[in-house]
Design a protein around this ligand. Structure first.
Ligand code: PEP
Length: 237
């Protein structure tokens, strides 16, 4: 089997001002220069440009955390795919569980955004995952099947399996749980699958070693320079 290049994405959520983002990236780049991972930084909209400008000449890519499916129009507060492309942003995270939970995003809405992003040449990290109640009720596969059913395999598409009960809770899925879910997702859709949910420097290597774990989507630990650099190193193999 060919060696995979792990894909490590830093989801900063609503954190870091322009000044903080610039300082962070300047300090991060030398720390990850030697890692064999594809690193993607996902800053808030306001900090996209300073991060893009700093990563020119490196292998690091930049992703937005959301976008709207329409090209333009009366959608106050929204951003289109073309607006991201204009900023030299390469990718976008779509369907994060916080978007689904707090902003009412549905599987169908996520599917429309994925299609619009891919059509503009953006890469997409599409997030899926079950809640704790769904896992306890034995519905994990049913939920994943439903969330995946609206997506189509594409060279630009990566799925992030993020069990909602593991996001920001410190409860990481065991490598075996992650592997089982990733293998199931890949049986439905032939795309790389990242794991997200309380990834830290001390669990990153074990998760990355699973045969169907193709990288990580890191939230909280990506805000800390040394933790994120350590995760990038631990995930390279
Ligand atoms: C996330 O929000 O995508 C995430 C995985 O967060 P955390 O690493 O903090 O659990």
């Amino acid at each position: 089997m060919p060696e995979r290049t792990p894909y490590i994405a830093a989801n900063w959520k609503m954190n870091k001002t322009v000044a903080e983002a610039a300082e962070f990236v300047d300090a991060l780049l030398p720390r990850i220069a030697a890692t064999q991972s594809d690193v993607v930084i996902c800053p808030p909209f306001t900090a996209l440009t300073p991060v893009v400008e700093r990563r020119y000449g490196t292998a690091v890519k930049v992703a937005a955390q959301n976008m709207h499916e329409e090209e333009a129009g009366a959608f106050t507060g929204e951003i289109s795919a073309a607006m991201l492309v204009e900023l030299d942003v390469e990718a976008v995270v779509l369907g994060h569980s916080e978007r689904r939970q707090f902003f009412g995003e549905t599987d169908e809405g996520v599917a429309r955004r994925v299609e619009a992003a891919l059509a503009q040449g953006l890469h997409v990290i599409a997030c899926i995952g079950e809640t704790e109640a769904e896992r306890e009720a034995g519905e994990t596969e049913e939920v994943l099947r439903r969330q995946v059913s609206v997506l189509e395999a594409d060279d630009g598409l990566v799925v992030a399996y993020e069990p909602v009960w593991a996001i920001g809770t410190g409860k990481t899925a065991t490598p075996a749980i992650a592997q089982q879910a990733h293998a199931f997702i890949k049986s439905l859709l032939d795309v790389p699958v990242l794991y997200g949910g309380s990834v830290k420097p001390d669990n990153a290597a074990e998760l990355a070693a699973q045969p169907d774990v193709d990288g990580a989507l890191v939230g909280g630990a990506s805000l800390d320079l040394e933790s994120f650099a350590a995760i990038c190193r631990a995930s390279s193999h």
